[in-house]
Design a binder for this molecule. Structure first.
Ligand SMILES: *Cc1c(COP(=O)(O)O)cnc(C)c1O
Length: 394
């Protein structure tokens, strides 16, 4: 099997698994308990907090553990909205291609009377900082723009956007779930006030993540209960998961340069190889994208069929379309960058890992070419395109 869906989730690293099992076997006490057995778990928890903080240039007290990226996004956005409301500020700026954990939270706030501005994304999949600056108003309480997009991998000018928000005294949040552990992220240098991250996107376990909230920003709790996480996140901490997350992050950070260099080489090889297929287009900027992300649209085919046939060839990939979730809507990300419905339906995302080989990349290129050609062979849309009944877009 060739796993090329690392944007969906990653395999846990050996170090993360070992850290997790050793805590499960040995330090399994409740970190809130006062005896030594509990306090050892507490130590593991605080060590993880410090390690994570140091990777992103934060202070340990600014890190809060959550159940993952979605919870972090929800808690941050709802907290910032609450703070804004207190000051009569009920306007939030975001982009049209955010993750649903952000977009759906904003929808909920909209129903509660907040005004949401969703910025257009350019064809290259990058938000222009001047768009953010122009959208900021006196009543803006939050700007939330993702660090890197999960479908098309484009990296946003976060430092610039953060600089604008700081100058305008508006809180700035970034969903950095796809960036952390893959490209350098530094909350101080990048002018970030609030950040979300998830362990399973950087070879840690699922169901655990963290958020960063700059000192002085008062968060709201989403879950009522005990006083864990300074009263901001009730519930006994997932100590093994949190320790494994820290171990995975440290490992990812240490190996980042080497991994990224190899991934970029393989990414560009895949892009070159797939570009040869007629009537296709790369989605998102070719250079300003995550080292492991390749995303194409192929005219005249359905992404779903492409995925199933690639699965038969032992390749795990993903399509931008949300068909799997029972809806026939094409990806909101591809629509946001201006792809029309027909074209957006024929999309393929390959998110490659650090271990991909040249041979595997060659095999992927060969397989995608074969499958696209095969599917076009009996696609009515393709027939219409070829006969001139319909015009090619790509
Ligand atoms: C995966 C992902 C999330 C959700 O993280 P979970 O830990 O699965 O809740 C949020 N934002 C982005 C950009 C993601 O890729």
């Amino acid at each position: 099997m060739i796993y090329a869906d690392n944007a969906a989730t990653t395999r846990m690293s050996e170090t993360a698994i070992q850290t997790m099992t050793s805590l499960m076997n040995e330090n399994w006490g409740n970190p809130s308990s006062l005896y030594v057995h509990g306090q050892k778990a507490k130590e593991a928890l605080e060590k993880a907090r410090e390690e994570i903080a140091s990777v992103i240039g934060a202070n340990a007290r600014e890190i809060l553990f959550t159940s993952g990226g979605s919870e972090a996004d929800n808690q941050i956005i709802l907290s910032a909205a609450g703070l804004g409301e207190k000051n009569g500020k009920k306007h939030i700026i975001s982009s049209a291609f955010e993750h649903h954990a952000v977009l759906h939270t904003l929808k909920k706030l909209e129903r509660e009377g907040f005004e949401i501005t969703l910025l257009d994304v350019h064809e290259n999949g990058i938000v222009d900082p001047s768009q953010v600056e122009d959208a900021i108003r006196d009543d803006t309480c939050l700007v939330t723009i993702m660090y890197a997009n999960n479908e098309i991998g484009t990296i946003q000018p976060i430092r610039k956007i953060g600089e604008i928000c700081r100058r305008k005294h508006v809180l700035f949040h970034t969903d950095a779930v796809q960036a952390i552990g893959h490209i350098p992220v530094d909350v101080a240098a990048d002018n970030i006030d609030l950040l979300s991250a998830s362990a399973h996107k950087f070879h840690g376990p699922k169901g655990v993540g963290f958020l960063y909230a700059k000192k002085g920003i008062r968060l709201q709790s989403l879950i009522e209960g005990g006083a864990q996480e300074r009263g901001l996140r009730a519930g006994t901490e997932n100590v093994p998961g949190i320790a494994a997350m820290a171990a995975a992050l440290k490992e990812a950070q240490e190996g980042m340069e080497t991994a990224a260099a190899h991934q970029k080489k393989m990414r560009d090889k895949l892009i070159e190889g797939l570009k040869q297929i007629p009537h296709c287009a790369l989605n998102g900027d070719a250079a300003r994208r995550l080292p492991g992300n390749v995303n194409f649209c192929f005219e005249g085919i359905e992404g779903e069929s492409l995925l199933l046939l690639l699965d038969d060839k032992g390749i795990c990939a993903s399509s931008g379309s949300a068909c799997t979730s029972g809806s026939l809507d094409p990806s909101h990300v591809l629509l946001a960058i201006g792809r029309v419905h027909d074209v957006a339906h024929g999309s393929l995302r390959l998110s490659i890992g650090e271990t991909i080989t040249e041979e595997e990349a060659d095999y992927i290129i060969r397989s995608v070419r074969e499958v696209v050609e095969y599917l076009r062979g009996f696609s009515p849309i393709w027939r219409d395109l070829m006969s001139g009944k319909k015009e090619f877009i790509l």
